[in-house]
Design a protein around this ligand. Sequence first.
Ligand code: FE2
Length: 413
Amino acid sequence: MDIGILNGRIVEISPRIDAASARMIEAAGRLVAPCFVDPHFHMDATLSLGLPRLNRSGTLLEGIALWGELKPLLTVDAVMERALRYCDLAVSQGLLAIRTHVDVCDDRLTATEALIEVRRRVAPYIDLQLVAFPQDGLFRSPNAEANLLRALDMGVDVVGGIPHFERTMQDGAASVRRLCEIAADRGLPVDLHCDESDDPMSRHIETLAAETVRLGLQGRVVGSHCTSMHSMDNYYASKLIPLIAEAGMHIVPNPLINLTLQGRSDTYPRRRGLTRVAELRAAGVNVALGQDCTMDPWYPLGSADMLEVAHMAVHAVPMTSREAMAWSFTSVTVNGARAMGLADPTLRVGGQATMVVLQARDPIEAVRLKATRLAVIRNGRVLAQTAPRVAQLSLPGRPDSLDPASCAPIAED
Ligand code: FE2
């Protein structure tokens, strides 16, 4: 198919378009897809690896403590510089919509001020949403609620929380209720770090589902991480998952980080800590995968590559049917947009001309190869281009070059 673009919109998709064109990109039969979406990230901490020291234990709790050491040292300029560098990387990877949490447990609200300015600067090319995130606990941290309300007054988009980090289960449940009420009062979405723990009794997701229904927030609520669901009793999970579906909640697992942070107190067998993706999908819940961290106190790797996130999910869930692997691609594009409340980015005539050209022939091959983003286009404007990955070979009797996207069969179901 050829895709015709005019004035930022797709005006034609057909086998052959002969119109004179100001600019043509030869996709040569490769996959053209909606751009990637990351519905869960921490842009205030990104690219801070090693500041002020490294996470020695590799645990979530040491990561939170380390971030607490860095927070008083933050400046608006330093946070903005790191965040903008990450946004450059994101664009090069075809990642044009990001929901980032911003820690509001800092009376100066340094990161909030910085990321509001970053949101303004990147608006021409990235849909950046900010979540007011009381990292140290809404009730556990002094001034957290007042700071959260101040951040929302400053224009932060979404209400965040961390019920499993409050002092008691009761405080956690109360924080969920309070945060949902704030969101209902202000007409805002909710996105809580929910049960990011190996504790099977961490059941704040249940309260979040109930509050969503009580306050009529269906479709606007995200449960992020939800790793305790991995360790829950199967009977309880069989009751819980229909409650999540009934509440119209979105669930956002973060496979790269869940796999590296969870199970740290286990010997062997060691739990993976990823939530129940297959069962949630089967119940009709919108599941969208997130990156969460890149080179920060919690995770030393990462590259703004949502195909790497999908690739990890395929292994960790595990899900190797053709249908499920193709779904993993959808989970980092269309499903992420739904979780963020954005318009459906599926490519269609009349829709926005925002797309990525990948060095792959189909979504499964894109996930398998973590395909090169040949061209990243937003509203008809080319934002980034990368040369195809082609190896030059010097082998007796063999071809002199190799495109990794051309050397495998495409299986049919
Ligand atoms: Fe997170």
